[in-house]
Design a protein around this ligand. Structure first.
Ligand code: G6P
Length: 611
């Protein structure tokens, strides 16, 4: 979703701003722009579509200057046109904004009544006008921003440039992330603002994460942060650890492909921090939370992270015998969930910034829940608001369609479920040790799954012409069917639905004909035969089945399928991690056949920071 970068520099900034925007492309966007300060004027350049278009505009019409702000926009209010692209500017100020100003209609009406003219259909433009109006009334930039911020409802990260102040940017955040960067020591002083540490990675490693409600006055040689009460505050400067190389594809064709292939390594890294090999036990981070007392667990997440939560529900119920209530974050808050005092609420998120999940987290906190967070970005807002922080160690995930974050989430959730079961006295030491040994088999099994990449590539042309594809699974493979369908939709734009295999007879079976491929996820095991019966019902109606199973399963039921994908024989506990690989690869190769933009699919954003 929208990305922001700002530089108060000691040399020309336009190229570096565009480079910063490039590092945020993965967030998803559909227009881009920048504004520099040059000889007392605001120099603005904007373009619809990809950054290459903005680069062309800049080539024809450069934007000189040592101070500037830039933005990639993911359209919410108003189409992705150049006129709606940020920065929004008046004669006096230019702003870039990530978030939504919920009361923009009232503010716009008020400003229009004062005779102010708007150029865009965006909610963001009101911010430029409000600040401008204050400056025209004689306020200095600090006073103007301080007085305008409390008038904004909704969520924002802002960077603001002022025509008459060539050594100044002001940033602010509420609900959307913003980091402050300090120029490298020993060099000409410079300061930066960015939506995330990755955007600033080549510029600096010294960063400060602004807190909710903070705003910051940034000059070339330093910055002053104010809290939401306008008190000057000091916030810790940390080493970001974000490496510029993390945002490189290396020898891979796409980030998604790279991230699929990283899974054996990053799952191993993640497991290493939750499992103790010496005695095959689960070792969670030190915590104040007494897991033996958890009587009910509420899991909330969005998208792929939600499906990881759905798989984990099976584990928490099976191992720890704890009832689990699970919901997508966008629905959770609005259905008045019953939250017993002292309950445990678990949030799962790759980014740690997804607006709906964050809002649900705060709702649970306000209602007396202990907050556990499984998150991939350890510096994210959710990580900072957690009582029990459970990091996944997947490394930066750049492809919009989540892959390695999902399998790492599953690894952490399995360890947490086993640990809770131990604390509740539901697992003996031997049973715990067995679970740990099975989990430790996952990286090798993921490698074995990746060995079938070429077979999957070879069968992708069978799926690519389809208009609709169904995915079926039972038990913990049902969420995988949902995830498989989501992956295919996201990157190949083929309509796909995941169903609980047994539910197919209650509707979806009406869709079956020769043109609808049905992908059946069925490792051999206790539920195999039941799933195969559902598969036969599909085949009896001319359905074209792709069966994903192990050698035993394929031998028993593979005949008559249009294609089969063989997985290694694995324990059911790690099957969801292993079977994630073929559904990811299938979507990837179908997208390649269709020629879609795999890493930045249309209309999607990596980190959804608006509700
Ligand atoms: C977006 C991404 C998905 C992701 C979902 C939840 O829709 O495109 O890949 O699963 O957000 O994001 P989170 O960062 O909270 O896991």
């Amino acid at each position: 979703m929208c990305g922001i970068i700002g530089i108060v520099g000691s040399a020309s900034v336009a190229d570096r701003l565009v480079d910063g925007l490039r590092r945020m492309e993965y967030r998803g966007y559909d227009s881009a722009g920048l504004c520099t300060l040059h000889e007392g004027t605001l120099v603005r350049r904007r373009a619809e579509g990809k950054l290459a278009n903005l680069a062309r505009v800049l080539e024809a019409d450069p934007a000189p200057g040592h101070v500037g702000i830039a933005h990639t926009r993911w359209a919410t209010h108003g189409a992705p046109t150049a006129a709606n692209a940020h920065p929004h500017a008046t004669g006096e100020v230019a702003i870039v904004h990530n978030g939504i100003i919920e009361n923009f209609k009232e503010l716009r009406a008020e400003l229009a009544a004062q005779g102010r003219l708007f150029e865009s259909e965006t909610d963001s433009e009101v911010v430029a006008h409000l600040i401008s109006a204050e400056i025209e009334r004689g306020a200095d930039p600090l006073e103007a921003v301080r007085d305008v911020l409390p008038r904004l409802r909704g969520a924002f990260a802002l960077a603001i440039a002022f025509r008459q102040h060539p050594d100044l940017l002001i940033g602010a955040r509420l609900g959307s992330p913003l980091v402050l960067g300090y120029g490298p020591e020993g060099e000409e002083p410079e300061m930066y603002l960015g939506s995330d540490a990755l955007a600033l990675a080549p510029l600096t490693q010294r960063i400060t994460y602004l807190e909710e409600g903070d705003w910051v006055v940034v000059r070339r040689d330093g910055a002053q942060i104010y809290d939401s009460e306008n008190n000057p505050v000091t916030r810790e400067i940390r080493a970001s650890g974000a490496s510029a190389a993390a945002v490189e594809k290396g020898n891979y064709r796409h980030f998604m492909q790279k991230e699929i292939y990283e899974q054996p390594t990053v799952v191993a890294q993640t497991l290493a921090s939750y499992l103790r090999r010496s005695d095959n036990s689960v070792a969670l981070p030190q915590m104040d939370v007494d897991l033996s007392q958890v009587r009910r667990l509420t899991i909330v997440a969005c998208g792929t992270s939600f499906y990881a939560g759905m798989v984990a529900k099976y584990w928490f119920e099976q191992f720890a015998r704890v009832p689990v209530d699970i919901d997508v974050a966008s629905e959770f808050r609005y259905r008045e969930p019953v939250l017993e005092e002292g309950g445990l609420a678990l949030f799962i998120s790759q980014s740690g910034e997804t607006a709906d999940t964050l809002a649900a987290l705060r709702h649970c906190k306000a209602n007396g829940q202990t907050i556990a967070v499984v998150v991939n970005v350890p510096t994210s807002t959710m990580a900072r608001e957690a009582d029990l922080l459970l990091p996944t160690h997947a490394g930066p995930e750049i492809g919009v369609a989540s892959t390695k974050a999902f399998t790492c989430q599953l690894a952490v959730l399995a360890a947490l479920a086993a640990h809770m079961a131990v604390k509740k006295g539901r697992l003996t030491r031997d049973e715990e040790s067995l679970i740990v040994r099975h989990l430790l088999e996952a990286p090798a099994a993921l490698n074995a799954a990746l060995d079938h990449d070429e077979d999957i590539a070879a069968m992708a042309p069978l799926i690519a012409p389809a208009r609709d594809v169904l995915y079926l699974g039972r038990g913990q493979d049902y969420p995988l069917a949902l995830e498989g369908a989501l992956k295919l939709k996201e990157i190949s734009y083929i309509h796909a639905e995941g169903y609980a295999a047994g539910e197919m007879k209650h509707g979806p079976i009406a869709l079956i004909d020769e043109a609808v491929p049905v992908v059946v996820i069925a490792p051999s095991g206790p539920l195999f035969e039941k799933t195969v019966s559902n598969m036969e019902e599909v085949r009896a109606r001319g359905g074209q089945v792709v069966l994903i199973s192990d050698a035993k399963g394929l031998e028993a039921a593979g005949e008559g399928c249009i294609a089969t994908i063989e997985m290694p024989v694995v324990h059911p506990l790690i099957a969801p991690l292993v079977y994630a690989v073929p559904v990811q690869l299938l979507a990837y190769h179908v997208a390649l056949v269709k020629g879609t933009d795999v890493d930045q699919p249309r209309n999607l954003a990596k980190s959804v920071t608006v509700e």
